[in-house]
Design a protein around this ligand. Structure first.
Ligand code: NDP
Ligand code: MG
Length: 381
């Protein structure tokens, strides 16, 4: 039995991961589950999956859950609880599915123990890719992508040598505003931005998909995961989200990974790799797909995508600033404090206002993240 520590079990990836574990309960067991504050769902999950530990970030909610569970499992709390469990827990695989920068520190603790990391939390690689990949090499920790595009690329690369890659072709659905004009984007509402055409995900990534920042973050994620420069990574819009991404090789051959969109597939692969196990989560029936279309992304309309490419080229702490400013801007948009097109404006201002450092270590990243958040909160648009 492989023991799983699932960070963010009450989120979209968390719930999908538990479905995979439920299906394969003869090979996986839950060691610990964590949430920010949703103890109603967490309590249900504890009753079904019997973890040894749970961690609730919100300390008051942790106390409440402790009373509800009445000794059924050990309840830890706060960010220190997340560090404690990743650093000292007895588990085999970490599923890193917190949202945002909060996922970085616990993921690093797990990498330092040489664990397998099923990585959904892309912000970890965006903010601190260099540090994370270096540590993974040093401690022999395998990072298996959960993000569907990166899982697709990873699957295309099985049996291939990295030096034979001509380029990665990352597909993007284009989100709910693909067909809107730049003018129309001025007036879009939070409710419209939260309606993703193909995927049911947490609020932050759904807004990132609407601005296409998600694709920008994924380009940076791919850069670190596959050790390739910007010139080797293309983005192509593919509204049907059937082709999850592709790899073009030096002989002109292209491999793609396809299926109906369902996050359980990449989650399962990250947990069972190198094995493929039988499951019936997705059923792809070609004659009903009608058409698969592809076109260039519009960098003028989706300025976040351009900001992300630029931050990746700049390097150093630029992607960390991009990520932190984006988290604050998305929060502000979700709270209806700013308009949709002010998201890229705030990020741009933050990138222009904060000094970008080239030499980075963990403390520099923590400082840079904090400083960017403080500044972005106070910026006027
Ligand atoms: P959700 O918002 O649905 O879930 C986030 C999870 O993290 C919840 O369990 C939440 O707890 C917990 N959480 C949130 N903030 C904190 C915090 N500060 N400290 C501790 N725990 C916290 O997100 P998703 O599942 O959609 O996404 C998770 C990650 O996976 C993101 O990085 C996203 O980019 C990535 N990803 C997601 C995909 C998807 O299909 N959803 C696809 C590809 C990548 P609570 O419920 O109590 O708030
Ligand atoms: Mg993705």
């Amino acid at each position: 039995m492989k023991k799983i520590l699932l960070l963010g079990s009450t989120g979209s990836i968390g719930v999908n991961t538990l479905e995979v574990i439920r299906k394969f309960n003869d090979i996986f067991e839950v060691f610990a589950l964590t949430a920010n504050s949703n103890i109603t769902l967490l309590e249900k999950q504890v009753k079904e999956f019997n973890p040894k530990f749970v961690v609730v970030k919100d300390k008051n909610k942790a106390k409440e859950l402790k009373n509800l569970l009445n000794g059924k499992c050990i309840v830890l709390s706060g960010s220190e609880g997340l560090i404690e469990i990743t650093k000292n827990g007895d588990y085999d695989i970490l599923v890193s599915a917190l949202v945002g920068f909060a996922g970085l520190a616990p993921t690093i603790e797990s990498i330092k123990r040489g664990k397998r990391i099923a990585l959904a939390n892309k912000e970890t690689l965006v903010a601190a890719g260099e540090i994370v990949i270096e540590l993974a090499h040093k401690y022999n920790s395998e990072i298996l992508p959960v993000d569907s595009e990166h899982s697709a690329i990873f699957q295309c690369l099985v049996g291939e040598e990295n030096k034979t890659i001509e380029k990665l072709i990352i597909t993007a659905s284009g989100g709910p505003f693909l067909r809107k004009s730049f003018e129309d984007l001025k007036f879009v509402k939070v409710e419209d931005a939260l309606k993703h055409p193909n995927w049911d995900m947490g609020n932050k990534i759904t807004i990132d998909s609407a601005t296409m920042m998600n694709k920008g973050l994924e380009v940076i994620e791919a850069h670190w995961l596959f050790n390739l420069g910007k010139d080797k990574i293309d983005v192509v819009v593919h509204p049907q989200s059937i082709v999850h991404s592709m790899v073009e090789f030096i002989d002109g051959s292209i491999k793609a990974q396809l299926s109906m969109p369902d996050m359980k597939l990449p989650i399962q692969y990250a947990l069972t790799y190198p094995k493929r196990l039988e499951s019936a989560f997705v059923d792809t029936h070609f004659p009903t797909l009608k058409e698969l279309t592809f076109f260039e992304p519009d960098f003028n309309k989706f300025q976040c995508l351009k900001l992300a490419f630029d931050a990746m080229t700049e390097g150093g702490t630029a992607p960390c600033i991009l990520n932190a400013a984006n988290e604050i801007a998305v929060d502000k948009f979700l709270n209806k404090e700013i308009k949709f097109l002010q998201i890229p404006e705030l990020i741009k201002k933050s990138l222009e206002s904060i000094e970008i450092l080239n030499k980075i270590d963990f403390d520099t990243i923590l400082e840079c993240d904090l400083k960017t958040r403080e500044l972005t909160l106070t910026l006027d648009t």
